[in-house]
Write a protein that binds this ligand. Structure first.
Ligand code: FAD
Length: 372
């Protein structure tokens, strides 16, 4: 019977990158995507853009995916401004003062998907399969609602925030100048990320997370009314903003699968952990999982099988701290900025100003976020 070294289930960004990286490490890989829904309409292009850190970009470069993403769909972030919910409370980061070429890159989700699809077509040791193959190791990258994870009886400790993120592409009448902006508006968090699509120098990716009811109300508005809400929320600071496509929304939650591996299987990406997108780190964490798994498999003792539980537990131990730290950070920030208590409000806004005046602390945050 036909078999392979590693079966990757799930062909989202994490599954695709895992398949490419594992094949580059010399394994015979089979990649299994979700079965298409009979009679279902083709999925619409994902309008999101991801903030990718240096570690993720180097991984994509090493897999020859990075250069296949169109230039307009990967825009460097040179500056970042985070604003609180009291006047003047803000935190500024700049690549220049951190002596970095850029703080992060903003990459179109659909274009990244396209570049991954192309790379997979030419990857010598990856076969696309339509059904499960026997394998020494199964990598589960089926996303947050992984059915195979459920079949394995793995518990996903998941807590909904009762919030949704609205994502859309925008065009501003003012150049973005490589500046990523984020407003903590209690309880919503709004980010405008620079991306040279659809208009070079003027494109922005919106990620606006809000309580469910408010998000639904905003989604029900026509484009002009939605744009007016955006202008009010940003106080016109990024110029006049116009929608450049459809708005889509995602429910938000935090969750960790426990355990993330067992005999012959391992969970990667959103199948293993889900965090709030306010720090733009979910996919970066998933790519970090891939790097860790490839390293652990490459360093294994010659007699150890790929699906050896002890081997996979090494990977799980390496990933625990970065994943939990990011979960705590995003969750902590969200709760800190959701509080209506006047004292908490005063302190969080002062905290932003304080960090802004402490270059070593800022430096630490900037380095952490850029994945260096
Ligand atoms: C609004 C928003 C903004 C975000 N912004 C950022 C950001 O700026 N930076 C960042 O790093 N992260 C960001 N994230 C997080 C990021 O989107 C996710 O972490 C990432 O997409 C997870 O990728 P994945 O491949 O693990 O899962 P998915 O993208 O969910 O892919 C899972 C794949 O598995 C397939 N599948 C499902 N079930 C099966 C099955 N049974 N068999 C085979 N295949 C199956 C699915 O069809 C899908 O293709 C954001 C998230 C949201 C919601």
């Amino acid at each position: 019977m036909d078999r392979c070294d590693i079966l990757v289930r799930g062909d989202g960004a994490v599954g695709a990158v895992a398949a490419l990286a594992l094949s580059r490490a010399g394994f015979d890989v089979a990649l299994l995507g979700a079965a298409p829904t009979p009679g279902g309409a083709p999925a619409a292009a994902d309008p999101r853009s991801y903030a990718l850190n240096e570690a993720s970009v180097s991984l994509l470069r090493s897999l020859k995916v990075w250069d296949a993403i169109p230039d307009a769909a990967r825009t460097p972030v040179h500056d970042m401004r985070v604003e609180g919910d009291l006047p003047g409370a803000r935190l500024d980061f700049s690549a220049w003062s951190e002596a970095l070429p850029q703080l992060a890159w903003i990459v179109g989700a659909a274009e990244l998907e396209g570049a991954l699809r192309e790379a997979l077509r030419f990857a010598p040791h990856v076969r696309r399969v339509a059904a499960e193959l026997p394998a020494a190791l199964t990598v589960l990258a089926e996303g947050k609602a992984s059915a195979t994870r459920a079949r394995l009886g793995v518990r996903m400790e998941r807590q909904s925030y009762g919030h949704r993120a609205i994502a859309a592409r925008l065009v501003a009448d003012r150049p973005h100048a490589g500046l990523a902006r984020q407003w903590f508006r209690s309880p919503d968090v709004l980010a405008l990320l620079p991306i040279d699509q659809p208009v070079a120098g003027h494109g922005l990716a919106l990620v606006w997370s809000l309580p469910d009811a408010r998000a639904q109300a905003l989604l029900a508005l026509d484009a002009a009314a939605f744009e007016a809400e955006l202008m009010a929320a940003t106080d016109g600071a990024a110029g006049t903003l116009a929608l450049a496509g459809a708005r889509t929304d995602w429910p938000l939650a935090i969750g960790y699968a426990e355990p993330v591996c067992g005999p012959g299987w391992v969970l990667l990406g959103d199948a293993a952990h889900v965090v709030h997108p306010l720090a733009g780190q979910g996919l970066n964490l998933g790519f970090g999982d891939v790097v860790s798994l490839v390293e652990v498999l490459a360093e294994r003792e010659p007699w150890r099988a790929l699906g050896d539980e002890r081997l996979l537990a090494r990977h799980a131990r390496r990933r625990e701290a970065p994943v939990r730290t990011m979960g705590l950070l995003t969750d902590g920030l969200l709760h800190l900025f959701a509080s209506e208590q006047p004292l908490v409000k005063e302190l969080r806004n002062r905290g932003l100003g304080l960090v802004n005046r402490l270059p070593p602390l800022k430096h630490l945050f900037a380095r952490q976020a850029s994945g260096r």
